[in-house]
Design a protein around this ligand. Structure first.
Ligand SMILES: Cc1ncc(CO)c(N)n1
Length: 222
């Protein structure tokens, strides 16, 4: 396809394929897919991601505020609000799942990669960060999880039955459609963005991918 006709996110996905694949086909995800995962790693991921999701809520809230103030499309609010509502269910799911795996969430200490990622999200919550830039990072964060966990449910996957529910949380079709909605918002905003905003959004897209890689590696190392 001609570069000019492509959406910005598609062009980035093409130009940064290697890093994107690194984030969506991490050793952690591949080990779920081929059933070689060490459950200690899974429990580490679960505990750390619970903390991450708690930090993710105010980040999404900050995007909702930006949407209300800066978006030229009324439809954005419902999509972001839907995502926020789903996070309440997600937090409750993490609590139930932690109980099932014998994890005491109140005792979980955030690891460095998690601290770094949450700090990054916090930096994006500033009112000075434009909606276009923030929504791009938001889309990328969700898209990595969607693509990663969908792979664990795809053809030829040997995902252990006790992990299927986890994979389905982010790998299900509804979550896929939600990610597409976020991508469409990002692309619409990016079409009218300044050169400077475009550059900033691309850099943050790459930062998200790097943080995701580090997050998976942190889980795997435990
Ligand atoms: C680290 C990480 N990235 C993305 C998501 C998706 O919300 C998540 N739960 N955790």
């Amino acid at each position: 396809m001609d570069e000019e006709m492509m959406n910005m996110t598609e062009a980035w996905l093409r130009n940064h394929r290697l890093l994107y694949t690194g984030a969506t086909r991490s050793p952690f995800i591949l080990s779920i897919h081929d059933a070689t995962i060490n459950f200690v790693s899974f429990k580490t991921w679960l505990a750390q991601d619970y903390l991450f999701v708690r930090a993710f809520v105010p980040f999404v809230a900050s995007i909702l505020i930006k949407a209300c103030k800066e978006s030229d499309d009324d439809g954005d609010m419902e999509i972001i609000l839907g995502g926020m509502a789903a996070l309440e269910d997600e937090i409750n799911w993490f609590k139930r799942e932690a109980t099932n795996w014998g994890i005491s969430l109140s005792e979980v200490v955030p690891q460095q990669a998690n601290i770094n990622y949450c700090r990054f999200l916090e930096s994006l919550m500033s009112p000075e960060v434009e909606y276009t830039v923030a929504i791009t990072a938001f889309w990328a964060t969700e898209a990595v999880y969607q693509e990663s966990f969908a792979h664990c449910l795809g053809e030829g996957s040997k995902t252990p039955p006790e992990l299927k529910e986890t994979c389905a949380r982010w790998g299900n079709e509804g979550f896929g459609l939600y990610c597409q909605s976020l991508q469409r918002i990002a692309d619409r905003c990016l079409r009218t963005a300044s050169e400077e905003e475009l550059k900033k959004a691309e850099v943050l897209f790459l930062s998200v991918l790097e943080h995701e890689v580090e997050f998976w590696n942190m889980s795997m190392a435990a």
